[in-house]
Design a binder for this molecule. Structure first.
Ligand SMILES: Nc1ncnc2c1ncn2[C@@H]1O[C@H](COP(=O)(O)OP(=O)(O)O)[C@@H](O)[C@H]1O
Ligand SMILES: Nc1ccn([C@@H]2O[C@H](COP(=O)(O)OP(=O)(O)O)[C@@H](O)[C@H]2O)c(=O)n1
Ligand SMILES: [Mg+2]
Length: 214
């Protein structure tokens, strides 16, 4: 009888996926969450200007995908009209492509993850965890007023779809915020205040990421 020798534990390079690596760059990701109309897009523009992040809005990427005539276009359009959340493989692919294409290593991911499926799939596929989660807290009454006045010609900014989006936010998106809160990763902002005042609070959070001016 021959001797049984344990096979050496071989770990191939493929099996080692380092955290927060995107190809050969290490990325910083901040998730920007909050109800529809809480001011995510508005504040992201300010953060880009002052702190050198790249803004990736999941909703904007999905709307661009519809416009591009992609095979998923009709499905995405129907989901958006109904205020439903598009399957994560579609959204994650768009986010990943956008991050790879961009030379920056600091990203604001706005409006994602919007449900547990989004969150778990992003973690599994990309191995990226957020540095923190910025949460814009605002009453439905105020968000409704803002959405009805947004005037961007969006198919989902009508009262019927807005009500559906609020329901999805409470049922599916708030649990994601609670998940990160339990990990002490949520930075909650009072988003009901005027835009400049909200940005003062945002600035305090992003101060460690200030661009170094030489
Ligand atoms: N703090 C604020 N006070 C009043 N109106 C705001 C505020 N922040 C954003 N808005 C307006 O509300 C609407 C929704 O803002 P937006 O940034 O698109 O929100 P979100 O991306 O969270 O849906 C826009 O018309 C925007 O100009
Ligand atoms: N992670 C995401 C983000 C948006 N969406 C869809 O896109 C719609 C608009 O998202 P958005 O982030 O642009 O909306 P706002 O919160 O900015 O008003 C959502 O209501 C969903 O139908 C999605 O399916 N999955
Ligand atoms: Mg938005």
């Amino acid at each position: 009888m021959g001797t049984v020798v344990d096979a050496p534990a071989v770990v191939t390079e493929k099996e080692v996926v380092a955290e927060n690596m995107l190809g050969d760059k290490k990325v910083t990701v901040v998730f920007v969450l909050g109800g529809p109309g809480s001011g995510k897009g508005t504040q992201c523009s300010n953060i880009v200007e002052h702190f050198g992040f790249t803004h990736l809005s999941a909703g904007d990427l999905l709307r661009a995908e519809i416009k591009s005539g992609s095979e998923n276009g009709t499905m995405i359009e129907n989901m958006i009209k109904e205020g439903k959340i598009v399957p994560s493989e579609v959204t994650i692919k768009l986010l990943q492509q956008a991050m790879i294409k961009n030379e920056n290593d600091k990203f604001l991911i706005d409006g994602f993850p919007r449900n547990e499926e989004n969150r778990a799939a992003f973690e599994n596929v990309t191995k990226i965890s957020p540095a923190f989660v910025l949460f814009f807290n605002c009453s439905e009454e105020e968000m409704e007023r803002r959405l009805l006045g947004r005037n961007e010609g969006r198919v989902d900014d009508n009262i019927e779809t807005i009500r559906k989006r609020f329901k999805v936010f409470v049922e599916s998106s708030l649990p994601v915020i609670e998940y990160y809160d339990a990990k002490d990763k949520v930075k909650k902002i009072d988003a009901a205040k005027p835009i400049p005042e909200v940005f003062e609070d945002v600035k305090a959070i992003f101060a460690p990421y200030a661009k170094v001016i030489v």
